[in-house]
Design a protein around this ligand. Sequence first.
Ligand SMILES: Cc1cc2nc3c(=O)[nH]c(=O)nc-3n(C[C@H](O)[C@H](O)[C@H](O)COP(=O)(O)OP(=O)(O)OC[C@H]3O[C@@H](n4cnc5c(N)ncnc54)[C@H](O)[C@@H]3O)c2cc1C
Length: 290
Amino acid sequence: MAEKITAYRFDRLDQTLSQLNIENCAIIAGGTDVMVMYKSRRGVPPKITKPIIFIDHLSELKQVYQNGQDVHIGACCTYSELLDDPLIPIPLKKAIKTIAAPAIRNRGTLGGNICNASPAGDTLPLLYVYNAKLLLRSLNGDRIVAISDFIQGVRRVQREPNEILTEIILPSVLEEGAHVVFEKVGNRNADAIAKVGFAGYIRTNGAVIEDVRFAFGAVGSTMVRSIDIEKKLLGKTIPLADADIMQVVAAFDKIIKPIDDQRSTAIYRKTVALNLLRYFLSLKHQHQHN
Ligand SMILES: Cc1cc2nc3c(=O)[nH]c(=O)nc-3n(C[C@H](O)[C@H](O)[C@H](O)COP(=O)(O)OP(=O)(O)OC[C@H]3O[C@@H](n4cnc5c(N)ncnc54)[C@H](O)[C@@H]3O)c2cc1C
């Protein structure tokens, strides 16, 4: 006989938070990571040892709105919904289009990609260079944490059991002037897990670099970003001198430490990551997208 499990699906966020305050539950948004994580074998329901709590239908978690120049994205917006939303930055849409196939994009959520904390999560490099902040809510109140502090390792996040990620905030993303790129290298353009992900952000005043950020995915246990290296480029002019490009590439060469796995080799990953960086640093960055 099949084992019984307890599952909750409340109408409202506050009821959901109250339940999470009483007992530790497995949160399910789109379920596209959870169902794979707990699968045993074909025809057998996934073995989830905790009560499960569904959050994907909660309207409080599905809004996208603008606050000044910031964009707030509800954690349970699916990828398909985000592709249709005019407030979502074009580079993030580009990243989303590389994720899985439409069926998964109709279920998978941005909040799920963050809380799953896979080193190959495709939205993560961009969210790092956008300096994304996360709004976590519990009965104790709200707290806001930088994505780079929230994600602590492979599938390890700094979330209390009674908290739900409610919003992803992209600060100042609607301001003009930044040029942002996203590149994913996988076996195919979409429906393939990344071998390497790269996001670059640059804002210049005339030719002078005012702000620059880089993040690499799938080449470490979390996204690789270095504020110290970024700082070295502030105040330099575009196009960058070859010596500056070489210095930055050499600095990342030291801190990018990929692994061999079934998808790729460490040497391939590092070579591609550094090539993407070199390419980004050689661009003239005349186009402006948000
Ligand atoms: C066939 C297939 C292809 C895929 N391809 C890609 C790909 O190309 N790129 C990629 O990055 N990913 C891919 N994925 C992984 C997955 O689809 C994404 O990571 C997706 O964003 C997960 O979202 P979800 O809503 O389904 O998460 P869920 O599976 O519901 O949850 C994932 C984790 O996050 C927690 N969680 C979810 N939402 C919240 C919240 N709001 N607050 C607190 N905790 C929360 C859950 O408890 C769980 O631990 C693929 C998955 C499948 C099955």
